[in-house]
Design a protein. Sequence first.
Lengths: 479, 231
Amino acid sequence: MAKQYLRLLSKEDLQKIHHASLTILQNTGMLIDHYEARKMIRAAGADVEDEKKIVKFPPELVEKCLKAIPRRLLYAGRNLENDLILQADGGIYARTASSLTSYLDLETRRYRRGTIDDLNQWTALADALPNIHCCGTNHAEDVPAQTADIHATRVLLSNQRKHFFAASFSVKNLKYMIEMALTVRGSKEAFKKRPLFHSLIGIISPLSIPEDDVNMLFLAGEFGVPMIVCSEPNVGATGPITLAGTIAQTNAEFLGASTLAQIIHPGIGIPYYLLPTVFDMSTGRALLGSPENALIQAALCQLGSEFYRLPVEISALCADGVISEQIIFQKASATLMASLSGANLLCHAGTIDTALAASPVHLVIDDEIMAVMHRMWQGIEVNHDTLGLDAIARIGPLGNFLTDPHTLKYLRSEEHFRPTIFDRDSSQAWYAKGSKRLEQRAREKALDILAKHEVEPLPEEVQRELIAIVSKADQELIK
Amino acid sequence: MPDLLQEIAGKVISGRADKNSPFPSEKVGEPGVKELTQKAIKEGIDLQEILNSGLLAGMNVVGARFKEGELFIPEVLVRGQALKAGMDVLKPIIVKSGLEPLAKFVIGTVKGDLHDIGKSLVSMMLQGAGFEVVDLGIDVPKEKFVAVVKQEKPQVLGISSLLTSTIPEMRQVIEILEEEGLRGQVKVMVGGAPVTDSYAAQIGADGYAPDAISAVVKAKELLSLLEASLR
């Protein structure tokens, strides 16, 4: 059943955007700072101006490569029960972010730079929370800065079992991250079949792909690491000020980068993921929680899901600032729009302050928000049994349904969401239980999980090997 | 104060650079800051007066309106361009006549980092505030920063980094400045989304600003500190 509940744009609008993106790629093209890659694209039929590093894509080439992107994406966990399969209409899931530099301390509530201990706590929490399906590597301040991505990857491999997202600093670093993941999987073939993590190539908006990011694409494809294309135009600064204009540009950046990817490695997994930000004209800050962000995200979800039929990832669990009430509102409204517009993976769970910081309290709250979203996304199942005609006939006027078999049958089904931290008590009961606000309830749940939750450790020899790879990276990469 | 200077200030405030400028649309064809500055020089008005009571007086009003939330960044930048149109006329003559030179600011994004917009915004804002800005662009090696500091002798050096992976480069630039004995002559400012006040202090920078507007305020503050220390 197609789950495109919300259609912000008409079919005609979607067509117009697609054509605008093709026009951008054909007339303006993209700067691709990689000679070898340009040679391959030229051979595939693109118009290349080497002295300017510009590639102009014919629409037929883009359309052809678009067809080659896998429609089903496996984000494999350590074990089968943690696997995540992404495809259009295929459900809604959530992941945390990557490269967050700060941490909102769970106990002291202090906002500070993140550490490896924090990442241990963060991953344990993400592993335990049922509505968080994929985790990301945060930045730790207490390991060498040049290899912090590699250190974080070791934590993600060891301390949690879900598929994870790891941004790498460079292709050199990505090599070690892949080596560690192969060690956990046992072989290259096993990893290729069930990739434990995915990574990203960065776009510098407008319309430019750096050399190192193309190198990452070459390497990732060889090992079957799925890649997201991180196109982050800043509405009004590095993208047009109009929402339609930025959507057309960011979509062009996705199409250009994914065309490049399919030429380099046909069949490489690329979800439809884009992250436009909104330039705050009063301060120059990039915003992620404005209504314009939510509108752009909903439009992109529809474009990716309804128009391209690709698995869609979108960072709707983003918010600006550190005020909880505002954060929860921004996340919930954007996530609802995205979920109803075709999103599959809602990204940036647990982030605050425009995706600069990780907050364990908000990870717990986002887990609950995602449970609500999942319920909303499921919608209302209408069939003979759910219409309850037999039960209504049995009960008749003036009876009640409490002990009817129909009630008992659905009582514990997914028909009803039940909160873990959202409060449903009467005011009297709430006061009697200590009048705890949402943040406090979330904090207590987080501490409770951390006290009890255990993740099965990797075999000792694997752990030793991972540590050895990290030390090797430290020796070889730190100058 | 001569009316002409007030008129120059007014043109800066409305953002009219020269007679060919398309902005503001209802004033197309009218002369701008450039023509009026030329006229003021021809009339023999004191150069320092043109600068202070004309150009910078206008920009001060722009700054105040921005602070009040009346103007947005693109509107300030357009007014900065208008100011620059006047500066371009005035500067060669000021330099020739041996008057006090303007403060110089060297800025760039560190090696390995290709992010341009934040740094460019700071650069444009500083120019708008009357600084002479040498923008080294993106992906700037630490050696280049140091070489340019030696050559250009700026009062302030601004280093930008957006990526968690390139932040350490900022510390290394400061370290080389120390080694080369240049640290005392230049104030160092750092910026970029993952940078914080405490991080700036930790790596030995003199200042940090969270956005382009506070960067200008910070730069002026550092400038007066520098002047005080050299006095």
